[in-house]
Design a protein around this ligand. Structure first.
Ligand SMILES: [Zn+2]
Length: 220
């Protein structure tokens, strides 16, 4: 797409007004182009979303989506062709959708991902690995819900905060943080668990899970 000179001049004018300095023509052309691409993408996403919502009026139970590579918010897997489903709670994979139909987990969990912890969350936020989780579930310390593969085995296991009330803290208290690091002359951004930044015993005080965890200070 070629931008009109007038549009680029306008972009330069706005830039000068905002930042108080001149933006060279070529740079302005580049930036304006990226901005338009970004806006187009946003409009595209918005239209796709609106079209899907529209379709729900005639297909209230939802419908399959074309294409591949949607990430299922429940099991975290990327979908292959014919494996994505859309309904009023958003996208999910077909296996999770069938599990929801069998009432293995509430349908709304696909949308409200802050209402539950995945196994990955349990490991990244509390350092809990599968054998420990399995033991806790077996001993009734923790309750989990499983989405099966058409009734057999486990496709995904999640921990609903309302099932483990008083045991699991709200997710916003355990959110990881991004840290910036300079290494080899480059800036790296990585995510660090919250217990590296705050005292988990203070922040998560009163939540029963703390009786079972043993945090050690980073420098110990
Ligand atoms: Zn899934």
């Amino acid at each position: 797409m070629k931008l009109e000179e007038k549009a680029i001049a306008e972009f330069q004018r706005i830039y000068k007004k905002e930042y108080g300095k001149e933006l060279p023509y070529e740079e302005a052309e580049k930036q304006a182009y990226h901005l338009i691409r970004f806006a187009e993408l946003m409009v595209d996403m918005y239209m796709t979303d609106e079209n899907r919502k529209d379709r729900l009026k005639t297909e209230p139970k939802g419908f399959p989506l074309d294409g591949v590579g949607y990430t299922c918010p429940i099991c975290g897997q990327n979908t292959r062709e014919g494996e994505a489903w859309f309904d009023k709670y958003g996208i999910k994979c077909l296996t999770c959708k069938k599990g929801i139909d069998r009432k293995e987990i509430p349908a709304s969990m696909a949308k409200f991902t802050d209402k539950w912890y995945s196994k990955y969350d349990m490991e990244s936020r509390f350092g809990l690995k599968t054998p420990t989780l399995r033991k806790w579930v077996r001993n009734g310390i923790l309750k989990s819900r499983c989405i099966t593969n058409d009734g057999k085995g486990v496709h995904a296991e999640i921990f609903l905060i309302k099932d483990d009330k008083g045991f699991l803290p709200p997710k916003e208290l355990t959110e990881s943080q991004t840290v910036q690091e300079e290494k080899d002359g480059q800036t790296w951004i990585r995510s660090e668990p919250c217990y590296r930044f705050v005292d988990p015993y203070k922040r998560l005080e009163g939540y029963e899970i703390m009786n079972y965890l043993n945090f050690v200070k980073a420098d110990e």
